[in-house]
Design a binder for this molecule. Structure first.
Ligand SMILES: [Zn+2]
Length: 425
């Protein structure tokens, strides 16, 4: 029976590249090998971009050139949800017989290092969602931690701008450079109202930098928790960087820090006392109270394995608020495309500060999986991310609706897919 067990990839920490079956959610498929000496013990996470759960196309192409496309189509958990053992003959990936394999699985799960590492990596993200800060800032930290901010180095890598250089110094502008390592960022952190000086030497990833800055203790007059002030500082650094690039306005480090303190204090004072321990409700009973409805839909091309997704936000009086769209490559099925649509819509809702929201989709399979927490192997990473992003809302629900209810977004999704297919980038 072992030949029917595979893996759905979440954070890639429990799955071995060469020894485990992780390439398909339908049949046993593992890389052919032979493995190189250097890669023979590698876990799947070694194929991710540093400090993220996103595939590093170059690493994948280098190690497993003939599998590039099928690997890129595995949608991992960008929030760092764990990998899951799956039963390959059943699309939900659940095995029905409890046998020795369960024991084998438990043995692997109790491996102390893996468990400890995973605990730290995912816990700090969960902590962010719990902080009493505006959702758009949670999203900023989340994006920063997943290397998803449009910093120069990323834009240059995608050939959108010619030069990866930081606007303040000669180094390439990565996320950790922009937030922690750039001399101008360090200057800002030095102005942080704390007793002890902050050491940002040798920060190698965002989680590490964040751990150091959130520990600094604020001096009393600020009236804000230091952890919260650290978030506002990241925000203020990002803001100053954008103003310098897009409006050619230069803000000195002290002003960047003062702005962080001012914004943090204003926001803190505007919070009603009762909301300090915000209750997070996730239940259908809240449905009618939700202020915003978000409808999403996806269009998928079988030939190119591409998807166009679209979403729109509608207010309580049914008025159209705004809409958006996005395209994706390496999408293996219409169901995965629907999942990506909801995920993209959730990210947008968070950046727009929507707090009470219902998501509607005409994919009953997706909505059922979200609501019941059931497992669909191809959606493993996406469902895990939908789950963690849900924490950013005060209340959130998911509804299946008829096809005609999403006809607006269906039209947009088809349009962006058509454009993509006709003008490939
Ligand atoms: Zn710099």
């Amino acid at each position: 029976m072992a030949e029917h067990l595979g893996w759905a990839i979440g954070d890639g920490e429990s799955v071995r590249i060469w020894d485990d079956a992780w390439l398909s959610t339908e049949c046993i498929q593992r890389p052919m090998g032979p493995a190189t000496e250097a890669s023979k013990d590698m876990m799947v996470k070694a194929l991710f971009q540093e400090g993220t759960q996103k595939w590093d196309e170059e690493k994948v192409e280098r190690l497993l050139p003939e599998l590039g496309e099928s690997i890129m189509s595995i949608k991992t958990s960008r929030q760092g949800g764990p990998d899951r053992r799956i039963w390959l003959r059943n699309p939900a990936g659940e095995y029905t017989a409890k046998t020795g394999y369960v024991a084998a699985l438990e043995r692997r799960a109790s491996n102390p290092t893996t468990q400890r590492e995973r605990g730290i990596n995912s816990r700090w993200i969960e902590d962010i969602w719990k902080l009493n800060i505006p959702p758009k800032m949670k999203l900023l930290l989340w994006k920063a931690s997943h290397n998803a901010l449009p910093v120069s180095e990323r834009l240059a890598a995608r050939q959108i701008i010619p030069n990866p250089k930081c606007i303040n110094c000669e180094e390439a502008e990565t996320v950790i450079h922009m937030v922690f390592l750039c001399p101008s960022a360090r200057e800002v952190w030095r102005k942080f109202p704390s007793k002890v000086e902050l050491n940002l030497d040798n920060v190698t990833n965002f989680a590490e930098g964040w751990r150091r800055v959130k520990r600094i203790i604020c001096l009393p007059p600020t009236g804000v928790l230091s952890e919260n002030l650290a978030v506002w500082t990241v925000w203020s650094i990002w803001l100053a960087r954008n103003q310098r690039i897009f409006r050619e306005e230069k803000t000195c480090p002290l002003e960047v820090m003062n702005r962080a303190v001012r914004l943090a204090r204003e926001w803190h004072q505007a919070q009603p006392v009762a909301e300090q321990g915000v209750k997070r409700i996730r239940s259908e009973w809240e449905g009618p109270m939700n202020e915003i409805i978000c409808r999403s839909d996806a269009a998928w091309s079988r030939e190119g394995h591409q998807a166009g997704v679209a979403w729109e936000f509608v207010g309580i009086g049914k008025e159209h608020l705004c809409s958006g769209s996005q395209t994706f490559a390496n999408v293996k099925s219409p169901l995965v495309a629907e999942g990506l649509a909801v995920l993209a819509a959730m990210e947008t809702a968070i950046s727009l500060d929507f707090k009470q929201i219902s998501f509607e989709s005409d994919s009953s399979k997706l909505m059922t999986a979200i609501k019941d927490g059931s497992n669909v192997s191809d959606l493993h990473g996406i469902l895990s991310d939908i789950n963690s992003l849900s924490l950013a809302f005060v209340s959130v629900s998911f509804y299946w609706v008829s096809r005609s209810s999403v006809s607006n977004v269906d039209g947009i999704a088809k349009q962006v897919l058509r454009n993509l297919v006709m003008n490939p980038v």
